[in-house]
Design a protein around this ligand. Structure first.
Ligand SMILES: [Zn+2]
Length: 184
């Protein structure tokens, strides 16, 4: 259990260091059997300690102190038993993407690696958002929630992190390409 928590602590530092999230947005979880270990609400992602990670049941909404996005994480895990980790960031350049940009991003070599992704709408912490995001799990590599953030998943936090990090890189590249061509 402590090893799983240490993994969350490690990736909390990485996502902030890489600018994928500012310290107090975003949340991270890993699954272990029928339990989910998730960052607590209001935590500073690059300064987590073991007590900042809550142990929750995968089937219960009740989990004192857990992130308000717990339900999204739980529903993602329930949709695919291979998923062992979920990462949610507020990646700045990724949030500037629209559906047309997606076509260009997917043309990069890394598009194959990220897997297809989609953009959905939904209010943070709502059941509706949890349903919309988790409905994408088996068809996409990650989901952008418009004007909010990104959810990524994988067999490990490393898998989820690589996708989020790669998409942010290409989103930034697209942004500056548009500036250099005078589109912005
Ligand atoms: Zn968020």
């Amino acid at each position: 259990m402590e090893k799983l928590k240490q993994e969350i602590i490690k990736y909390g530092k990485k996502v902030v260091k890489e600018g994928l999230c500012i310290s107090f947005f975003g949340n991270i979880s890993v699954r272990s059997g029928n339990k989910v270990y998730i960052t607590a609400t209001g935590t500073i992602l690059d300064d987590l300690d073991l007590d900042d990670i809550k142990e929750c049941k995968i089937d219960s909404r009740e989990c004192k102190g857990a992130s308000s996005e717990l339900k999204v994480h739980q529903m993602i895990y329930k949709k695919n038993s291979d998923i062992q980790a979920v990462l949610h960031t507020h990646s700045f350049y990724t949030l500037l993407l629209n559906e047309e940009d997606k076509e260009r991003i997917m043309k990069y070599e890394f598009g194959e690696f990220i897997g297809d992704f989609t953009i959905v709408d939904g209010k943070s912490g709502s059941d509706e958002l949890a349903t919309r995001v988790s409905d994408c799990v088996n068809d996409y590599g990650l989901v952008i929630v418009r004007d909010h953030g990104v959810f990524s998943w994988g067999n490990s936090l490393k898998d989820a992190y690589i996708k989020i990090s790669g998409l942010e890189y290409y989103s930034k590249l697209e942004f500056y390409k548009k500036i250099s061509k005078g589109f912005i």
